[in-house]
Write a protein that binds this ligand. Structure first.
Ligand SMILES: Cc1ncc(COP(=O)(O)O)c(C=O)c1O
Length: 417
């Protein structure tokens, strides 16, 4: 499908909304992306026409719901290049998928074993491991970043030398700096040292092609809602052998083979990890989102978003007292640096608190995010308490970036007068 921005925008009903007489400018895509008609219609059609419970009945509606749910699993498997659909586990979110691995794979860890995390991680990829540390005495080893937030494989080498590291859990794209770590290299290093790798693809999934086989990661997690799909559904990919060896995470209906008064046996994957009624309509919506999104060429999406981000970075860098964080802070960006970050950029402004800035922008219909973005260790590392984040999606335009930068410039000159 040709990449025609006005036609893409027309497919997102929310983008025609006005806020207090201002056109909506939505630049908070890293928090959640908007949904195209195709997703809204698919979920509506499912509830109006085929609503039943998946894997729980012989009647027509239960059968249709089961087919729709398993079709969605197949679509996800194809989208990320999994070997088999059984390697795809549906969860309620990326957060739940990471918790699943922390709790279930975590059962095999002993006091003194270590998990390696990068300083870029979202709290969803920190707290589940801290809970293991509190419960079982697991050690957490941190990979530091350089001054621009980039991660270097040598850091991982130092950590590997330090002890019983069983797993590296690492983001594929920072939700603050947009940095994409050199994952393939780090995964190869980790594997050579006998360590598994979990990838948090919550951000990366919508901004560049991911192929789990090419990457050779052991686990990968993401949420549907950042990929133009619905909230309430997430995905855990895991290599078949690993998932088969892991104990169930949640207990309940359909995750069992047999239940007796004093014990139970677990079902095979993926059912073993899908206790209770599943997010069926959400799986239908995610399937529709993947179908919609994959009409476009990845190169077109990536080039469009890179142009928006570098345009935003160079315009923001011209505002006095504004400091873009990370690699996009460099004024004349060499291509290699441009391509080490995608999706979002964050910044601070001398004398203007991010909450004040985004509150005023919000009244003009401009949606940006302020705070620590669930990355307190990273903000501490950068020596700041909070920042403002601008994050782009497939439907954003250069005009929206210009209007946003202009509004920020006006607010800054008002505050610093
Ligand atoms: C890098 C990263 N990981 C994990 C998450 C958690 O995603 P969710 O809240 O959809 O579970 C987010 C959400 O913003 C994120 O940006």
């Amino acid at each position: 499908m040709p990449f025609h921005l006005p036609a893409i925008r027309r497919q997102f009903p929310i983008l025609s909304r006005q806020i207090d007489g201002h056109p909506l400018i939505y630049l908070d895509n890293a928090a959640t992306a908007q949904k195209p008609e195709a997703v809204l219609e698919a979920m509506d059609r499912f509830y109006r026409h085929s609503n039943g419970n998946a894997h729980r009945g012989m009647h027509v509606l239960a059968e249709e719901a089961t087919i729709a749910f398993e079709d969605a699993r197949n679509a996800v498997a194809r989208f990320i290049g999994a070997r088999r659909p059984e390697e795809i586990i549906f969860t309620k979110s990326c957060t739940e998928a990471i918790n699943l691995v922390a709790r279930s794979f975590g059962e095999s860890l002993k006091s003194g074993d270590a998990i390696a995390l990068s300083i870029l991680e979202h709290h969803s990829n920190v707290v589940p491991w801290l809970q293991l540390k509190e419960r079982d005495g697991i050690e957490i080893l941190w990979l530091d970043c350089d001054a621009e937030g980039r991660l270097h494989p040598e850091e991982l080498r130092h950590i590997l030398d330090r002890g019983r590291v069983k797993l590296l859990s690492i983001t594929a794209q920072s939700n603050v700096l947009g940095i994409r770590p050199p994952l393939a290299e780090m995964i190869a290093l980790a594997h050579a040292a006998g360590m598994l790798v979990m990838v948090d693809a919550a951000q990366a999934i919508a901004h560049g092609h991911i192929d789990v086989r090419a990457l050779d990661c052991d686990f990968l997690a993401f949420s549907g809602h950042k990929l133009y799909g619905p909230t309430g559904i997430g995905v855990l990919y895991g290599k078949q052998k690993l998932l088969e060896a892991m104990p169930p995470f949640l207990g309940g209906g359909m995750m069992i083979h047999e239940v007796h008064r004093d014990h139970f046996t677990a079902a095979d994957i993926p059912a073993k990890f899908e206790a209770g009624t599943q997010p069926i309509a959400e799986a239908v919506g995610l399937h529709a989102a993947i179908n919609w999104f994959t009409q476009f060429d990845w190169n077109d999406i990536v080039n469009h978003e890179q142009e928006l981000l570098t345009h935003a970075a160079s315009a923001l860098n011209d505002i006095p007292g504004l400091h873009v964080l990370g690699p996009l802070s460099i004024r004349h960006l060499p291509l290699a640096i441009r391509h080490s970050a995608s999706g979002c950029l964050s910044f601070t402004i001398d004398g203007v608190h991010p909450h004040d800035l985004t509150e005023i922008l919000g009244r003009k219909g401009i949606c940006l995010r302020a705070g620590h973005h669930c990355t307190q260790p990273l903000h501490k590392r950068l020596g700041i308490a909070a920042s403002t984040r601008l994050s782009v999606g497939i439907y954003n335009t250069k005009e929206e970036i210009d209007a946003t930068v202009e509004a920020i410039g006006e607010i800054v000159s008002h505050f610093t007068r």
